[in-house]
Design a protein around this ligand. Sequence first.
Ligand code: OSB
Ligand code: MG
Length: 329
Amino acid sequence: MTLPAIEELRDVARVVALPMATRFRGVTVREALLLHGPEGWTEFSPFVEYDDAEAAAWLAAAIDFGWNPQPAPVRTEIGVNATVPAVAAADVAAVLARFDGCRTAKVKVAERGQSLSDDLARVAAVRAVMGPEGRVRIDANGGWNLDEADRAIHALADLDLEYVEQPCATVDELAEVRYRTKHLGVPIAADESVRKATDPLAVARAGAADLIIVKAQPLGGVAHALQIVAAAGLPAVVSSALDTSIGLAMGAALAAALPELDYDCGLGTASLFTMDVAAPPLVPRGGVLPVGRVEPDAALLDAAAASPDRQAWWLARLQRCHAALVAHG
Ligand SMILES: O=C(O)CCC(=O)c1ccccc1C(=O)O
Ligand SMILES: [Mg+2]
C-alpha cells in the first residue's frame, strides 16, 4: 500500500468525542479521529493510553479501510452480542434493553475493585433477562490469576457460559486454565493474547484457546485480520474496540469477509453511546448489523466535535503514527 501523505490525512480528519451511557473500561467519553478517504470514511481510535508503536497498527488499519478496496463480503448482515459493562446486577436489565433483539450477551467480569460475588450476581442477572435460550459469554480482560480463574469459571459455569474470553493475561496461563476447566465444557477465547501480542498466532500454536477474538484496528486492518484467522485455524469472533459507527463498519466488513462465522460478534457497542456520528447509528436491530460503508452526518460531526486541545492532541498523534508507518515501510 502506498501511504497517503500526512497533509492529505490532516485535510480529511475530524476528531470527535462521544459520551457513553455507562462507564466502560474506565471510559466515559470515547474519542476518535475519523478520516474521509477515497474509498469512504474510516476510523483511527487507539485508546488514549496506548503508545505510538501500538497505535501505529490502528492507523495502518484506518488507512487500509479508507484508501484501499476491501475483501469481498460473503454475508450481508452480522449477528451481534449485547455488551454488559461491569455494572451492578440491579442495572443489568437497563443495559440489556439498549440492545435490540440480541440473543447473545457478553458480560464483563474480574473488574478491579470488585469480587467474584459481584460477577456471580451480574452474570446471574444477565442469564435471568436472556432466558435459558440466550447465549451468555463473559470477558475477564486477563484480570484473574490462575487460581482465581479456576474458581470463577467453576462457579460461573452453572449459568451455562458460551465461552470465557481472556480469563488470564498470558498464553501459558490460558493453556493451564483451559486444561483445568476442560471438564466443564466452557470454551476459552483469546482476545488480548491475539491483539496485543507480538505474535498473534502464538496462542493458537500453543493450543491455549478454543477460539480467537479479532479486532480490525489493532490487527492492522481487515485483510491482515483475515490472514491471522486463516493461519490460526480456529473459529473467530469479530469484536469492536468501542468504535464509533464508522469503525464498527470496518469490523462488520471483517466479519462479512470471514469464510466461516459461527458466533455472534461484539459489534453492538454503539448502543453504549448516547450520541454517534451517523444517522441512524450502526446499532443492532433485531440482533443484527447491516454490512456496508457508513457515512457520518455533517450536523452530528459538528455536534460531536472534540475540544480544540483534544483535536490538537489527536492530530499530533496522527502525525507521529504516520511517521512510524513511513519509517517501517
Ligand atoms: O466484544 C464486545 O462485546 C464489545 C467490545 C469489548 O468488549 C471491548 C471494547 C473495548 C476494549 C476491549 C474490549 C474487549 O473485548 O476486551
Ligand atoms: Mg475482550
